[in-house]
Every structure is written in C-alpha cells, then in structure tokens.
Design a protein around this ligand. Structure first.
Ligand code: ATP
Ligand code: MG
Length: 235
C-alpha cells in the first residue's frame, strides 16, 4: 500500500469522564476512500473531531504524510485538510458565490466539481435546498485542493440522487486528484459502492475492518449486527 496520507494510532478522546473514542487506529492512503461505519453513539463523529484537533486527544497520535499532524483545525486546514462536519456550515445570509469565496480555493474550481452551482451563485445560501447546501459545502472543500478530506454524514436527510452525485464526485476526486477520503456514512451500501476499505466502530473501538471490494458487504453486515448485540443464527 502507498504510504498513508493520514495515520491515526491508539486515539483516545471523550467528554469529561465519558470515553467516546478508545484506542482507535486507522489509516487512509492517497487516492483512497475509506468509510467509517458504526451505530449511533459508536464514536464516529468524535473520532473525526479528535483527528482534526477539535476534540482534545487524551492519548494516541495523528500523523499526516508521515509527520505529526498540526494540532488545531486551523493549522491542519492550512496544511491540506478539508473537514466537512455534520452540521452544514454555509452562511445562510451570504450568497453562494460569497460562501465559495470564503473557502481556500477558487470559485472556478468549485464550479468544475459542481457546475450545477453556477445557476445559484447570487442566491443566499439559506434559500438553497439541503442537497444544494451540501453540494456547496463539498464544492468549497474540494476547491481548496485538499490532500485529505474528512466528511461526517454527507448524505443525512438527502434524496438518493443527490447522495449519489455527492459520493460520485468524492470518488472522482480520490481517483483523479489522489485525494485521501475518510467518510462517515450511515448508508452503508452506498458508501461501500465508492469506498476502497471500511472500518466499523463500536463503543469507541474498531470492531472490524475490511476491503470494500472483496467482502461486498456481507462481512460488514454481520459485524455491524454483532456490534449491536444481534447475532444471526443459522438453523
Ligand atoms: N458534546 C458531547 N458531550 C457529551 N457527550 C457526547 C458529546 N458528543 C457525543 N457524546 C457522546 O460520545 C459518544 C460518541 O458519540 P459520537 O457523536 O462520536 O457518535 P457517532 O458514532 O457519531 O453517533 P451518530 O451516529 O449518532 O452520529 C456517545 O456516547 C455520545 O453520547
Ligand atoms: Mg455522528
């Protein structure tokens, strides 16, 4: 495997006395899409937050291109990280154009990824549909030409066609630009269709991991049910 663009080892983090992430290790190679699955409360969001420096790490290390990653989101972003969090962070009173200008990249490049935004450039972002706002977020993130993209629940509440569009562009950016992607996603089948590998989190730990092409989803499904305390019995 190519040297990882992101390597997380023994990551521990939490909220006060609550441990949300407990010894999580994972890696992402350039050009690779890695999906992070797990039931509600498994620690997916916390893993992303602790990786990018929003949630303090109690233990473990995060390496980026073989060197320790910047400790704050701001410096990590300047170094080549893009983080699309669960809460959509468009500024609703600003136009689509101004939202794009707030990013690290050019408006032209954002429109290359998502030409459909061209028709909405002068509309306030708050008037866009949920799907359009998510497209705007992803366009702004990708236009900065990041080396690594971390995305939390890209597809939440969106129509299947929009989800396909978003995930398709993520896949293309990985293939064409060598972008490394760590994708938290509830829709496992959709995510598996664009992912190379996956990890399953359960109670803050990596419960299983696999190759998205090889296992096809059966291994993941079984591990997922097991992590929820549901075992499939074969009669
Ligand atoms: N701000 C917070 N304060 C206190 N506890 C939190 C906070 N955010 C998350 N937790 C707790 O940390 C644990 C991991 O939550 P996290 O949000 O990382 O899970 P998740 O896998 O992203 O879940 P979901 O699928 O619901 O988004 C849970 O027990 C959750 O209740
Ligand atoms: Mg979450």
């Amino acid at each position: 495997m190519t040297a990882p663009v992101l390597e997380v080892a023994g990551l521990c983090a939490g909220y006060g006395s609550l441990t949300a992430v407990s010894g999580v290790s994972l890696c992402v190679a350039p050009g690779e899409v890695v999906a992070l699955f797990g039931p509600n409360g498994a620690g997916k969001t916390s893993t992303l937050l602790a990786t990018v420096g929003v949630l303090p790490r109690n233990a473990g290390r995060v390496h980026w291109n073989g060197v320790p990653a910047p400790k704050s989101l701001h410096t990590f972003t300047r170094a080549g990280l893009a983080f699309v969090p669960e809460q959509r962070s468009t500024i609703s009173s600003l136009s689509v154009l101004d939202n794009l200008r707030l990013g690290r990249g050019t408006v032209e490049l954002a429109l290359e990824y998502f030409p459909e935004l061209a028709d909405h450039l002068h509309r306030p972002a708050g008037l866009l549909s949920g799907g359009q706002q998510q497209i705007l977020m992803l366009a702004r993130a990708l236009a900065g030409r990041p080396r690594i993209l971390l995305v939390d629940e890209l597809s939440m509440g969106l129509a299947p066609l929009v989800v396909e569009r978003l995930l398709g562009v993520v896949r293309r950016a990985a293939e064409e630009d060598g972008l490394g992607v760590l994708l938290v996603e509830q829709q496992m089948r959709r995510a598996l269709s664009v992912a190379d590998r996956w990890y399953l989190l359960s109670h803050g730990k990596v419960a299983a991991q696999g190759d998205a092409h090889e296992s096809g989803g059966a291994v993941l499904e079984e591990a997922y049910l097991e992590s929820m305390g549901i075992t499939q019995s074969v009669a």
